[in-house]
Ligand binder design. Structure first.
Ligand code: KIV
Ligand code: ZN
Length: 524
């Protein structure tokens, strides 16, 4: 008999982070992993350790700190990948999992790998066995599984299970599947591989959203016997993204009648918080109309709907917004709130802060509290997340003044502190820039001072909380010519200052990973 428990495998920190411009540093990844643990996902795929020292370090740090979920590291079927994953997940002990993958479809075999079927099986078996020498919990993914000839797919799965794989994940790598067909494939696997029926191995699904079908495909597969779903918060991921965790979880919960009581262990009240954190840490904004977590997901504009809701909520709402974490607000803080009140609220919001974190956040809290009447939880969260996304600052904003208007040439005067090894030895530099608008002028002045030349690829501004005095949060994506898009974030009640802070955050991130960039000619 099929069991009813769906394992939620979160790959926000691996497949999600593969989205261009979404890369996160160790501190940001740890913060996301802590939130995923509060969300109570079953598995956190923390990264691809062989890819870089940074990836290795973050998987290791997550394996060391996060208690509760299984911690997985990804590896190709090659010894150096598997060894790196095995080492990185070691601190998680028995909660460690190695996820090995190898392409199996005809097109990948012939054009990418140049390998015949029997060679693929041999490599898959060797990879699983090597992973097994590190941990019991081994997942195998036949990459491009949905486009693999079903007979061969079954053969590979049986061989991987015989070698010790305890989970077989069938990825729809290129988002090609449609629900009925994908479900039929999963159903056939379930019927023909007895280890799935006996519970010795679990079928997992991993769907990409190229045709907008990732969630539909995952849910159809669950009905056909899959018991693990791989997904990401907000559906972030390569190209059009992965299946969205919040949609899978809430579909199972809300339509339990249709899904015959299939259940997962996710704490749905943490969904909105997780969505916001991932959005801020990855710099990928959530579309307003996005299901479950978009700003409009529970907003009813039409009078008929509002009237119905007031009479009986269920007339137009199939989920209770509070059930996914909307509207859980406490009394706002004000500039009169003391350090203890701020610390208590930070704790309540689930942030783990050191003394020096608290010092930095409290200083920013006071600045903001002076400018706006109430500091809401969302404002405080934006300040904390702004602090977390800070990298070691080469440059910090000391002073900014802009003049602009419809009859004035926009001009910005910027003073920056260049931090030496100790902040007490900071050098202070000042310059002015003109531009097409006050933001452009400020960024040009920053370029002149820092001798970087960033090309602004994307810019977005959103109000963090309500009211005209709301904090504005700016996210920028900048191309510094090093082949990677760098994300920067900044928040302030003044949107020009928020823009300058976000851009400077991107400059500091760039300088952190490129300590000796070319000395650019300043803007004219
Ligand atoms: O999409 C994919 O095929 C993957 C695998 C590594 C599981 O992400
Ligand atoms: Zn994927």
């Amino acid at each position: 008999m099929k069991n009813n428990r769906i394992i939620i495998f979160d790959t926000t920190l691996r497949d999600g982070e593969q989205c261009p411009g979404a890369s996160m540093n160790l501190r940001e990844k740890l913060e996301v992993a802590r939130q995923l643990a509060r969300l109570k996902v079953d598995v956190i795929e923390a990264g691809f350790p062989v890819i870089s020292d940074g990836d290795f370090a973050s998987v290791q740090a997550i394996a060391k700190e996060i208690k509760g979920p299984v911690i997985a590291g990804l590896a190709r079927c090659v010894p150096k990948d598997i060894d790196a994953a095995g080492e990185a997940i070691k601190p998680a002990g028995k909660r460690g999992r190695i996820h090995v993958f190898l392409a199996t479809s005809k097109i990948h075999r012939e054009f990418k790998l140049g390998k015949a079927r029997d060679e693929i099986i041999r490599l898959a078996v060797e990879g699983v066995k090597r992973a097994k020498s590190y941990v019991d919990n081994v997942e195998f993914s036949p990459e491009d599984g949905s486009r693999t000839e079903p007979d061969f797919l079954i053969q590979v799965c049986k061989a991987a299970i015989a070698a010790g794989a305890t989970t077989i994940n069938v990825p729809d790598t290129v988002g090609w599947a449609v629900p009925e067909q994908y479900a039929a494939l999963i159903g056939r696997l379930y019927e023909e591989v007895r280890e799935f029926q006996s519970g010795q191995a679990v079928i997992s699904v991993h769907c990409h959203n190229d045709l907008g079908l990732a969630v539909a495909n995952s849910l159809a597969a669950v009905r056909a016997g899959a018991r693990q779903v791989e997904c990401t918060v907000n559906g972030i991921g390569e190209r059009a993204g992965n299946a969205a965790l919040e949609e899978i979880v809430m579909a199972l919960k809300t339509r339990g009648d249709f899904f015959s009581g299939l259940d997962c262990g996710v704490n749905t009240r943490e969904i909105v918080k997780s969505s916001r954190l991932v959005s801020r840490m990855s710099g990928l904004l959530v579309q307003r109309s996005k299901a479950i977590v978009g700003e409009n997901a529970f907003a009813h504009a039409s009078g008929i709907h509002q009237d119905g809701i007031l009479k009986k909520r269920e007339t137009y709402e199939i989920m209770d917004p509070q059930e996914v974490g909307w509207g859980q607000t406490d009394l706002p803080l004000t500039k009169h709130s003391g350090r203890a009140a701020v610390i208590a609220r930070l704790k309540h919001l689930g942030f783990k802060m050191t003394e020096s974190d608290v010092n930095a956040i409290f200083a920013r809290f006071k600045e903001v509290g002076d400018k706006k009447k109430f500091v809401y939880d969302d404002d405080l969260t934006a300040l904390v997340e702004g602090h977390i996304t800070e990298v070691q600052e080469t440059w910090s904003l000391d002073y900014l003044s802009v003049t602009s208007g419809n009859q004035t040439v926009p001009t910005a005067t910027v003073r920056l502190k260049k931090c030496g090894d100790s902040k007490t030895t900071a050098e202070v530099l000042q310059d002015a820039g003109i531009g097409d608008g006050p933001v452009d002028a400020s960024l040009k002045a920053i370029d002149r001072l820092t001798r970087t030349r960033g090309k602004l690829i994307d810019y977005s501004l959103r109000a963090v909380s309500e009211g005209k005095d709301a904090l504005g949060e700016v996210t920028v994506k900048v191309d510094f010519g090093n082949g990677a898009l760098i994300t920067g974030k900044g928040a302030s009640t003044d949107v020009i200052e928020a823009s300058a802070r976000a851009y400077l955050n991107a400059v500091n991130r760039f300088l952190c990973s490129n300590p000796n960039p070319p000395d650019n000619e300043p803007h004219p």
